[in-house]
Design a protein around this ligand. Structure first.
Ligand SMILES: *[C@@H]1O[C@H](CO)[C@@H](O)[C@H](O)[C@H]1NC(C)=O
Ligand SMILES: *[C@@H]1O[C@H](CO)[C@@H](O)[C@H](O)[C@H]1NC(C)=O
Ligand SMILES: *[C@@H]1O[C@H](CO)[C@@H](O)[C@H](O)[C@H]1NC(C)=O
Ligand SMILES: *[C@@H]1O[C@H](CO)[C@@H](O)[C@H](O)[C@H]1NC(C)=O
Length: 439
């Protein structure tokens, strides 16, 4: 099974690149980072139905989920406990996970967020953001939430976690929200987390958000939300380290994967970077970015590797974004083997993106962007090839572009680049980027 999916992905990759010889590295071995978390086998299992779970798509299952998880927490079985969610549609309010558990969704199991929102819990803002991301004050707790846990797995036979986010998107559009919308799954201060073989659908806000976490694997997931759904980022590793994202399909209304680390003065004070992040064999579509760093990067972001990425109908293929007031160092970011088809912009690295949490941000807290390598990118139907816009008092340095071909809407006619306040090197880049980059 595993091998056949991989060979399928590799086939797809090679097929996309059939014109150029870029697929040999992928064929020789299926590299994976998923070994950073031990794969758990749990011999002790309980079923949601033992706790009164009813999968009729109507009954509220909050009590069943909370009691089953309370039981797991207090049983403290050696090797942990698996909570089996059988086929059926289980409507529930939000709930918290506990350590040493597996949430297992059978084929045809759907965990569906209630659209009755009056009881949705509010929690404190993240210290590195100082407030909710959308609105001042607290924020609604994510649908599935965990704080301070370790050894947690969310997996199964491609069951679905459905956020039924349209009520939230409409509140956002009508400006009737009081607080920041809930994510679908959030892990705070946690480690040894695996999320695999699950479909995420219609998140109210960001889909998968590990924040202040280490050793996180996200593998074989499907993340779906309509292209016009607001802020439905796919996976946002935030002030987290040792994160492995592989073999996934993501199609949402915002960035597919965005590496973050806190917001302006709050993120600078909290000083928690994201580092050692691998993103590999991800495919998808979005009106925003495919692979993003930012824009909230105040704790710094380093050692990111994204490779074998296939993007279709995109806003921006690769987007590194920050702003004045952010501070933070973004360095050692490598993006390679990217296929982009139909995008507004192929590559964008910019120092003027995203708002501020409040008026207290320090305009002298300039971000540093250096050591960015982008190579082996093939684009077709790219409206504008690239934009690199550094800051006058903090130019972007060590920007290295190589083996990049970005074709326009009609054959090889050159879509252009724009660059300012940048120092670096370009090698075999077409169309030629700009005079600021030496050859
Ligand atoms: C997860 O999905 C992959 C790819 O489809 C498959 O190889 C693997 O066996 C699945 N894992 C489980 C636990 O079903
Ligand atoms: C769930 O976790 C949040 C955040 O840690 C906490 O505020 C809340 O009380 C927990 N809810 C339950 C039902 O345990
Ligand atoms: C999982 O389910 C989603 C949604 O139905 C589907 O698009 C995807 O192809 C499925 N993945 C696998 C490996 O079967
Ligand atoms: C840069 O990041 C890569 C991962 O992309 C890592 O392997 C390498 O060790 C990092 N280099 C330094 C100097 O930290």
């Amino acid at each position: 099974m595993r091998l056949s999916l991989l060979s399928l992905l590799i086939f797809h990759f090679c097929f996309s690149y059939s014109a150029i010889n870029l697929c040999s590295a992928a064929v020789s071995e299926a590299v994976t980072c998923s070994g950073i978390v031990d794969q758990r086998h749990r011999s002790h299992k309980i079923s949601l139905t033992d706790y009164g779970g009813v999968g009729d798509g109507k009954t509220l299952n909050t009590k069943a989920f909370r009691e089953a998880i309370y039981r797991i927490q207090h049983l403290r079985r050696r090797g942990g406990t698996l909570l089996y969610v059988p086929p059926g549609v289980y409507v529930t309010e939000s709930f918290n996970l506990t350590s040493h558990m597996t949430l297992y969704l059978a084929a045809g199991a759907v965990i569906k967020a209630t659209q009755e929102l009056w009881n949705w819990p509010l929690i404190s803002p993240l210290p590195s953001y100082g407030r909710g991301r959308e609105l001042p004050g607290g924020r609604y707790m994510s649908f599935i939430h965990a704080d301070g846990v370790s050894d947690v797995v969310i997996t199964g036979e491609n069951g679905t976690i459905d956020g039924q986010g349209d009520v939230w998107w409409n509140m956002w559009r009508q400006r009737t929200l009081q607080f920041t919308r809930p994510g679908l799954v959030e892990f705070v201060n946690s480690r040894n987390i695996v999320i695999s073989n699950v479909t995420f659908k219609d998140s109210p806000f960001w889909n998968i958000h590990p924040v202040y976490c280490s050793n996180v694997v996200v593998q074989f997931v499907t993340i779906l939300a309509p292209p016009n759904s607001p802020n439905t980022d796919g996976i946002d590793p935030d002030s987290s380290s040792n994160v492995c994202i592989e073999d996934s399909y993501i199609s949402t209304g915002d960035d597919l994967v965005a590496v973050k680390s806190g917001w302006d003065e709050y993120g600078i004070a909290y000083a928690r970077p994201s580092f050692d992040i691998t993103i590999r064999r991800v495919t998808g579509s979005s009106p925003f970015a495919g692979i993003a760093v930012g824009s909230e990067t105040s704790g710094g972001v380093q050692n990111v590797l994204a490779e074998h990425i296939n993007l279709f109908n995109m806003g921006v293929g690769i987007h590194i974004k920050t702003n004045i007031g952010r501070g933070g160092i973004i360095k050692n970011i490598t993006v390679s083997h990217v296929y982009v088809q139909n995008a507004r912009q192929g590559i964008k690295i910019a120092g003027d993106v995203g708002g501020h949490p409040d008026e207290k941000f320090n305009p002298d807290a300039l971000p540093v962007v250096k050591g960015i390598t982008i190579k082996n990118v093939w684009g077709v139907k790219i409206h504008q090839a690239g934009l690199i816009k550094g800051l006058k008092n903090s130019p972007f340095t060590e920007i290295f572009l190589s083996d990049i071909n970005l074709h326009g809407e009609t054959g090889p006619r050159s879509p252009s680049w724009k660059c300012s306040d940048v120092v670096g090197v370009a090698h075999q880049v077409s169309p030629w980027p700009c005079s600021q980059l030496s050859s």
